[in-house]
Design a protein around this ligand. Structure first.
Ligand code: GLA
Length: 438
């Protein structure tokens, strides 16, 4: 029979062994982060301008609600008396709490950054050995989100267990504050966080840092896949991160997501179609949707990409199920063609084609191919298109494919007729189609 003591013990064990049980990120988190555009050049004004822009541009109504301070908010040292972290007094004259209060007053949530090592990647003090006091101080500042990095980790990586223990210390410290703080683990995929992080964090980075390029290869991101990648590096092109994600996507679940990194949409290194691809894939693969451009000077094209509510709905879909890559085929012009399919709530599916080659391609999307791993009855059904999610580029860029059917199942258009899209080739980029059972 349980005594009160046993119940307390059970509750305590529960907090130790359950998932990152903070009730947060039931759908992937959305917001903005300082790093991609501002790097270390941040201060209270940068953060508050972005927070105001989120509100003024109405981005909050699309779900973007976290304002995240990345590296370089730090003073030169911790408080010498208490050991508590403190902010650069010039950049943040009212401290982090001053900024957080203003962010909260706008109806937004605030995030901060630290590192499970001696120093942050930018060379500021890290949190290794200071987990409790740091978590407690963040909670006192009103922080709602922690991104927790991996530089200068004193060699404390190399096996999943070593990495798990190092990151679990901060997870426990955050839980112990009693304040719900979203925990965004950032160890660049080392030791396979998709295996050990879902019980201690709300999201985990899978790769080295993103680069604002569609497909440029860079030696500094040397791995061709993330399983057993021993040096994550940085300068990883956007489509390379999609490749990295493909095998580990199904490790995600509600409250625990693969983080494909802060988005580069609107930063200038890709063209509009490429940014549409970037945003669509981050959405379909259930990555956190964290913006990284200067929110105060966005073009209309950028705004229309990040406010495409149909694409955002894919990301925030209640099933929480990332799309799967059905196939990837090299094409003679260089690059490849890929077919992706994902399950959504209410028997709907998303289909996406990705063409990373420099030229338009013609591709047959066979019904059986797209649904081969679904329950057998589905293969004999016909599915109707309910939405075509290619913004205006659908018309102007001929994002089309031949939809074929080698087995009984079939593609239907919204009127129920067999769908026979004209063969105009699939342009570089992607297109998403949502289907429903008929
Ligand atoms: C690492 C992270 C980046 C960013 C920088 C800050 O490189 O992966 O996302 O936080 O550190 O120094």
């Amino acid at each position: 029979m349980f005594k009160p003591f046993d119940l307390k013990l059970a509750a305590l064990l529960g907090t130790l062994v359950r998932a990152m049980d903070n009730g947060l990120a039931l759908t992937p988190q959305m917001g903005w982060n300082t790093w991609n555009h501002f790097g270390c050049n941040i201060d209270a004004d940068v953060v508050l301008s972005a927070a105001n822009a989120l509100v003024d541009q109405n981005l909050t109504s699309f779900g973007y609600n976290y304002v995240l301070m990345d590296d370089c908010w730090h003073a030169a040292s911790r408080d010498p008396d208490t050991g508590a972290p403190r902010a650069d007094p010039v950049k943040f004259p009212n401290g982090i709490k001053g900024v957080v209060d203003q962010v909260h007053a706008l109806g937004l949530k605030a995030g901060i950054y630290s590192d499970a090592g001696m120093y942050t990647c930018g060379g500021n003090f890290g949190s290794l050995g200071f987990e409790e006091i740091d978590a407690q101080t963040y909670a006192e500042w009103g922080i709602d989100y922690l991104k927790y990095d991996n530089c200068f980790n004193e060699g404390r990586s190399g096996t999943p267990k070593i990495s798990f223990d190092r990151y679990a210390n901060m997870s426990r410290a955050l839980n112990a504050t009693g304040r719900p703080i979203l925990y965004s683990l950032c160890n660049w995929g080392e030791d396979g966080p998709w295996n050990f992080a879902p019980t201690i964090a709300n999201s985990w980075r899978i790769s080295g840092d993103i680069m604002d390029s569609f497909d440029r290869f860079d030696e500094r991101c040397p791995c061709t896949q993330v399983i057993d990648c021993t040096y994550a590096g940085f300068h990883c092109a956007m489509t390379r991160i999609i490749d990295f994600a493909a095998p580990v996507l199904q490790k995600a679940r509600k409250g625990a997501w693969n983080d494909l990194d802060i988005m580069e949409v609107g930063q200038g290194g890709m063209n509009n179609d490429e940014y549409i691809t970037h945003f669509s894939f981050w959405a379909m693969l259930k990555s956190p949707l964290i913006l990284g451009m200067d929110l105060t000077s966005m073009t209309n094209e950028t705004v229309s990409i990040i406010t495409n509510d149909a694409i955002i709905a894919l990301n925030q879909d209640d099933a929480g199920s990332p799309a799967n890559r059905i196939w990837k085929r090299t094409v003679a012009d260089g690059g490849d063609l890929q077919l992706w399919q994902g399950s959504l709530v209410n028997n709907t599916f998303v289909i996406a084609l990705l063409n990373t080659s420099p030229k338009n391609q013609t591709v047959d999307v066979d019904f059986y191919d797209a649904f081969f791993d679904q329950a057998r009855p589905l293969l004999f059904l016909s599915l109707a298109i309910i939405d075509y999610l290619c913004l205006d580029t659908y018309e102007s860029h001929s994002y089309r494919a031949r939809y074929t059917s080698s087995k009984p199942g079939n593609w239907l258009d919204s009127e129920g007729a067999n769908w026979d899209a004209p063969d105009e080739g699939v342009a570089r980029g992607t297109c998403s189609v949502v289907y429903e059972k008929r």
